[in-house]
Ligand binder design. Structure first.
Ligand SMILES: C[S@@+](CC[C@H](N)C(=O)[O-])C[C@H]1O[C@@H](n2cnc3c(N)ncnc32)[C@H](O)[C@@H]1O
Length: 283
């Protein structure tokens, strides 16, 4: 039987041969998952069973084909929580933590103790679940249209022991919005890639669902639609928080202003890119 260190080195070589960046990190994650240990190399000489070796090879082979690491190991961390992910749902990105900071800030500054929060285009539920866990007496709803993503949303609510209320619906449908009223905060990371950007996707991103990525020809369909349709679901003086892609902030700001949102504040993500906008609905 092969030992852990030998197999580890072999896997890294295989990934490097296939031009996979971060070969060592990916191998470490695949080992942790397959061996169910946090530091599998603490015992480098331990032997790896044949069945485990085959599983590791199969995972490495998938990674060589460009399947995202997160889909292979089936989960990913966001903020302080773990979310199940797989084909059909967007992988939570660290950039999206900017939205979490925005909402926590709004609650702190306005002393909102039990805010009603609505997450539109909820995907895995990373935003809704995190806010529900971080704000004790919040009431959080999450709306998602895709059946596949919705299954992950429900599973992640259960896994994290969260009280988020999930709703399968189309956020661009006016009738859906009419059922939601008196919210303090709407938060959304909608699809925002342009038609042109969709033709230039990285291999890994091509494995993620198009419905989670494509935001219409100019990328702004959801910002226009959500702002217009859902502003009536906010209390007067309520807030909307949007995530968007690099370079989209001015256009999103203009959409918000044209629908009576004021005091627009932009925030940068960890990579210093302007990543989110918060607007306050006029009283
Ligand atoms: C960019 S992903 C964001 C997912 C999650 N909020 C996150 O931050 O990781 C956008 C999500 O919107 C969902 N979606 C797309 N069109 C929708 C629609 N018309 N109504 C509701 N959800 C929609 C997609 O299925 C996807 O889960």
């Amino acid at each position: 039987m092969v030992n852990r260190l030998e197999l580890y080195r072999k896997c890294i070589r295989e990934l490097e041969k296939n031009d996979i960046p971060d070969a060592e990190f990916d191998t470490a994650c695949i080992f942790q998952e397959a061996l169910n240990e946090k530091n599998p190399l603490f015992r480098p000489d331990a032997s790896v069973s044949r069945s485990c070796e085959l599983r590791i090879f199969s995972d490495i082979e998938k990674r060589c084909k460009g399947i995202p690491l997160q889909y292979i190991i089936g989960k990913w961390d966001f903020w302080k929580y773990t979310f199940k992910v797989g084909k059909g749902v967007l992988i939570p990105r660290p950039d999206t933590e900017t939205l979490i900071e925005n909402v926590l800030d709004i609650c702190r500054k306005n002393s909102l103790k039990s805010p009603k929060i609505l997450d539109l285009c909820a995907g895995s539920g990373c935003i809704a679940v995190t806010l529900d866990k971080e704000i004790n007496s919040s009431v959080v709803y999450a709306v998602e249209k895709s059946e596949n993503a919705f299954r992950y949303l429900e599973e992640n609510i259960r896994l994290n022991n969260s009280g988020v209320k999930s709703v399968m619906a189309d956020v661009l449908d006016v009738k859906t919005a009419e059922n939601f009223r008196d919210f303090d905060i709407i938060v959304s990371n909608p699809p925002y890639l342009t038609a042109e950007e969709m033709t230039e996707l990285q291999t890994e991103v091509r494995h993620e669902p198009e419905t989670a990525l494509y935001g219409g020809t100019d990328g702004f369909d959801f910002y226009r639609g959500i702002t217009e349709i859902w502003k009536n679901s906010l209390k007067k003086g309520g807030y909307i928080c949007f995530e968007f892609g690099m370079g989209q902030h001015e256009a999103v700001g203009e959409i918000l202003k044209s629908h009576n949102f004021k005091d627009i504040i932009y925030s940068r993500d960890g990579g210093k890119i302007i990543r989110s906008a918060v607007g306050k609905l006029e009283e």
